[in-house]
Ligand binder design. Structure first.
Ligand code: NAD
Ligand code: ZN
Length: 259
């Protein structure tokens, strides 16, 4: 059950979005938690179980591709995850012409699968894989059967075990064009909505400040406090899959009464 203070915040968030001309959404692992994909930090975060330096860094991948794949499979829950109501709500706001861009740290492609069209993936995605030895590229489908049987991909051209998804690991740079575009979108935003991010990883920590300093109205939906809560005009602590559909509902109501 939502408390009346939450309902009031949802209404304020909806009002900001309904009146905005260029809303930008920024998402982290928390938006996919209700799709069954574990987050890194937070209560049930994967960092409680795995050592990030070992399994999610480029050096760790080079040392032990198998450990990386075991971790990735848990992350992706064997690729069976589906978008949840929060992903669909954001796609709907784009269709309504309110949301102009989604910037995500996630690699799970759930925004696109929910219907979002303009998505900037700061950390790449699992869609493509590349052999680090011969540069041969693969799609996720090429190895789905193998991965579902808990086997690890091997390059079909050169036999290398270093077939890596095109995601950004610790120790690797972010794709610079995507980062540049994400900064531009954040600058341009007159409303900036953060969903499910602890806002501690660069550039996650940076983008809300860029939007704020360019005058955007700031909204965050996250199930716990973040270190940046104080820069937001509306802070809603709750589940993304519950809160976002309610915001959309209210936006429609406001839009209806404006026309
Ligand atoms: P994070 O794990 O640091 O933070 C997630 C935040 O979401 C936490 O503050 C948590 O309290 C909150 N949260 C959890 N469940 C929620 C829910 N149902 N509704 C609202 N909030 C919820 O994630 P991050 O900020 O994205 O940064 C960590 C890195 O993890 C990123 O680089 C990202 O690439 C990677 N990652 C991606 C996926 C994915 O693709 N789905 C999953 C795990 C981690
Ligand atoms: Zn190869």
């Amino acid at each position: 059950m939502l408390e009346s203070s939450d309902i009031e915040k949802i209404n304020r968030a909806a009002e900001i979005l309904a009146k905005s001309k260029y809303a930008v959404v920024f998402t982290g692992a928390g938006i996919s938690a209700e799709s069954g994909i574990p987050t890194f930090r937070g209560e049930d975060g994967l960092w409680k179980k795995y050592d990030p330096e070992e399994v999610a860094s480029i050096q760790g991948f080079r040392r032990n591709p198998r450990a990386f794949w075991e971790f990735s499979m848990e992350l992706m829950k064997k690729t069976s995850a589906e978008p949840n109501p929060a992903h669909y709500a954001i796609a709907e706001l784009e269709k309504m012409g309110i949301v102009k861009a989604v910037i995500t740290q996630n690699i799970d492609m759930l925004h696109q699968r929910a219907g979002s069209r303009k998505v900037y993936e700061l950390h790449g995605s699992i869609e493509k894989l590349k052999c680090l030895d011969c540069r041969e590229e693969y799609t996720w489908e090429d190895f789905t059967d193998l991965i579902q049987n808990s086997e690890i991909p091997r390059c079909r051209v050169c036999g290398s075990w270093y077939v890596k998804p095109k995601v950004v690991l610790f120790g690797e740079p972010l794709p610079s064009t995507v980062l540049y575009q994400a900064i531009e979108e954040s600058r341009r935003a007159d409303a900036f909505l953060v969903v499910g991010s602890s806002l501690v990883v660069y550039p996650a920590a940076e983008l809300p400040y860029i939007a704020k300093s360019n005058g955007a109205k700031m909204i965050i939906v996250n199930d716990e406090c973040t270190i940046a809560d104080s820069i937001f005009d509306v802070v809603i602590h709750g589940k993304a899959g519950v809160i976002l559909p309610k915001i959309v509902e209210k936006v429609k109501e406001i839009r209806g009464s404006m026309s």
